[in-house]
Design a protein around this ligand. Structure first.
Ligand code: NAD
Ligand code: LMR
Length: 326
C-alpha cells in the first residue's frame, strides 16, 4: 500500500466542496490505489457545517481515506499537503463579473499562499478554483516565492468541458469525439475557446461545423456566459460540474496527454504567444505525466490574435487591481 497523500481543500463546507470531497476520498482524484488524507480548511463560522461534512465522509467508509483533518488554521490545514485545492471564497451573484469579487476574495489568497509555502510538502501543487481564479492564483503564487512557479494552476477545465459539449451537440457526435479544444486566457467572460484548432472525429472542427456565424454568435458567447447562465437558472453558481472539472484538471496534470489532444489550465505565462510573462494565463497544454508544456507553434489567425490579447488585457487589468497584494 502506498503512503497516503495529503490533499488540502479550502471552502470544504461549501457547495463545490460537497461534490468534490467524496470524489477525492473515493480515489477519483489521485487514482484507485492512492490513499489520501483530507485536510479540510474552512473559516470559523463554517466549522459547524464542516463537522457534518466530516461525519458524512466517515459514513462512506471509503477504503482509501486514511484521515480527515478539519481546521480553520491555515498552518495545520496545509501541513504536508502535496495538493492544495483552493476553492474557499465567495461566489458571484447574478449581474456580477467574476473580477468584481477581487476586493472580497483577493486577500484570502495572500495568507493561503504564505501558509502553503511554510507548511506544504516540497512537491506541493496548487489548483485555484475560487474566483476570479486566475488572479487569485497570481496572488497566492506571489505570496509563496519559494514554491516553483510551475506548481500553480487556475481552473479553466470547466470552460473546456463546456465548449467540447457545445461542439458535440452542434455536430451531433459524442463528446469524446471532440478533441484539441483549449481555452485561452482568463476564466471570465473574455475567455477564448479557440475552435480553430479543435477536432471533431479527427477532422478540423471548422470542416465539420462550417457556419462561421454560429461559432462567433453562439458558440463563443455560450461558453463565455455559461457560468452566468447557471447562476441565473439555479440561483447558485455551478458546483457539481466545477468539482468534476477540478478532478479532471488534476488527472490531466498527472497523466500523459494523448497525442491527439490538449487540455486547458491557467499557468504562469513565460511569454508564450506574446502574453505578458507572470500572468496566470490559460493555454493549450500537454503533460508528460510530470511536466507541463504549452503547445507551441500554433497558427494564430487575426481573429484569434485579437481574442487572446483581449483576455490578456483583462488579466493585466486585474493584476493592477491587486498590485498591493502581490
Ligand atoms: P460556497 O459559498 O458554497 O462555498 C464557499 C466556501 O468557502 C464556504 O463554505 C465558505 O465558508 C468558505 N470560505 C470562505 N472564505 C474562506 C477562507 N478564507 N478560507 C477557507 N474557506 C473559506 O461557494 P462554492 O459554490 O463552493 O464556490 C466557491 C468558489 O469557486 C467561488 O468563488 C466560485 O465563484 C468559484 N467557482 C469557480 C469555478 C471555476 O471554474 N474556476 C467554477 C465554479 C465556482
Ligand atoms: C463558473 O464558471 O460556473 C464559475 O466560475 C462560477 C461563476 O461565477 O460563473
Amino acid at each position: 500500500m502506498k503512503n497516503p497523500v495529503h490533499v488540502a481543500v479550502t471552502g470544504a463546507a461549501g457547495q463545490i466542496g460537497y461534490s468534490l470531497l467524496v470524489r477525492i476520498a473515493s480515489g477519483q482524484l489521485l487514482g484507485p490505489d492512492q490513499p489520501v488524507i483530507l485536510r479540510l480548511i474552512e473559516i470559523e463560522p463554517a466549522m459547524k457545517a464542516l463537522e457534518g461534512v466530516v461525519m458524512e465522509l466517515q459514513d462512506c467508509a471509503f477504503p482509501l481515506l486514511k484521515g480527515i483533518v478539519p481546521t480553520c488554521d491555515l498552518n495545520e490545514g496545509f501541513d504536508s499537503a502535496s495538493w492544495a485545492l483552493l476553492v474557499g471564497s465567495v461566489p458571484r451573484k447574478a449581474g456580477m463579473e467574476r473580477k468584481d469579487l477581487l476586493g472580497i476574495n483577493g486577500k484570502i489568497f495572500t495568507s493561503q499562499g504564505k501558509a502553503i509555502q511554510e507548511n506544504a510538502a516540497s512537491d506541493i501543487r496548487t489548483l485555484v478554483v475560487g474566483n476570479p481564479c486566475n488572479t487569485n492564483c497570481l496572488i497566492a503564487m506571489n505570496n509563496a516565492p519559494d514554491v516553483p512557479k510551475d506548481r500553480w494552476f487556475a481552473m479553466t477545465k470547466l470552460d473546456e468541458n463546456r465548449a467540447k459539449t457545445q461542439l458535440a451537440l452542434k455536430a451531433g457526435v459524442d463528446v469524446t469525439d471532440v478533441k484539441n479544444l483549449a481555452i485561452w486566457g482568463n476564466h471570465s467572460s473574455t475567455m477564448y475557446p479557440n475552435y480553430f484548432d479543435a477536432t471533431i472525429g479527427g477532422k478540423a472542427a471548422t470542416d465539420v461545423i462550417t457556419e462561421e456565424a454560429w461559432y462567433k454568435d453562439e458558440f463563443i458567447p455560450t461558453v463565455q456566459q455559461r457560468g452566468a447562465a447557471i447562476i441565473k437558472a439555479r440561483g447558485l453558481s455551478s458546483a457539481a460540474s466545477a468539482a468534476n472539472a477540478a478532478i479532471d484538471t488534476v488527472a490531466n496534470i498527472i497523466k500523459p496527454t494523448a497525442a491527439d489532444d490538449v487540455f486547458s489550465v491557467g499557468i504562469c505565462s513565460q511569454g508564450e504567444y506574446g502574453i505578458e510573462p507572470g500572468l496566470i494565463y490559460s493555454y493549450p497544454i500537454k503533460s508528460d505525466g510530470e511536466k507541463l508544456s504549452v503547445v507551441e507553434g500554433l497558427d494564430i489567425n487575426e481573429f484569434s490574435q485579437q481574442k487572446i490579447k483581449e483576455t490578456e488585457a483583462e488579466l493585466s487589468e486585474e493584476k493592477t487591481m491587486v498590485s498591493d497584494l502581490l
